[in-house]
Write a protein of this length. Structure first.
Length: 189
């Protein structure tokens, strides 16, 4: 069998065709990520705020997560896992922010708490609950935030936290047990 030699011009056209296809695919993926981010930006802010407890810091965390997602979009193998993939980036960015500041972050002022209360329909008596959640270990706190604040299924939480379903369930029940003990201790005081 004879193979026709590829001329330089044909080789460049062939490479440009491949590059154009790859570029179109990348642009489509980028647009899909941007649409996803625009659609869910309030959810991302709520998750980040649940970790860092400050409006400006939460916005910074979300911004950093978006930048990282756009830079690392090639690592997303299947588009069906976009939500899981992005929430993992967001949670890791939130935890990284907390570790970099190496301090417990509380509400900066009562105005932020009131803003959160109005937007989410939360009443003042839940402040103790939020404080108790804030004192949970990070792994337990993540499960609580995603399950009850973002209403995610346990299987999705397991994917986001890279754990199996039974581990996620045990973390949820452990967190609920710790919260129950903390809330009973607050009521007794």
């Amino acid at each position: 069998m004879f193979v026709f030699p590829m001329t330089a011009k044909r080789r460049i056209l062939f490479q440009n065709t491949l590059n154009k296809k790859e570029m179109d695919k990348t642009l489509d993926a980028t647009q899909e990520i941007i649409d996803f981010i625009e659609k869910n930006q309030e959810r991302f802010y709520r998750v980040a705020f649940a970790y860092v407890k400050n409006k400006d810091n939460a916005l910074d965390v979300v911004h950093n997560a978006i930048v990282k997602a756009l830079q690392k979009q090639h690592s997303l193998r299947k588009r069906q896992y976009l939500q899981t993939w992005f929430f993992r980036i967001l949670i890791n960015e939130s935890i990284t922010f907390i570790h970099k500041n190496k301090k417990v972050i509380f509400f900066d002022d009562l105005a932020e708490l009131e803003d959160l209360s109005v937007s989410n329909g939360v009443q003042e008596e839940y402040f103790d609950l939020y404080s108790a959640i804030d004192h949970l270990p990070v792994k337990l706190k993540t499960v609580i935030i995603l399950r009850y604040f973002e209403d995610m299924k346990l299987s999705a939480i397991a994917e986001i936290t890279s754990t199996n379903l039974s581990t996620t369930k045990s973390r949820l029940y452990k967190a609920l047990e710790v919260l129950k003990l903390d809330m009973e201790g607050i009521e007794n005081d």
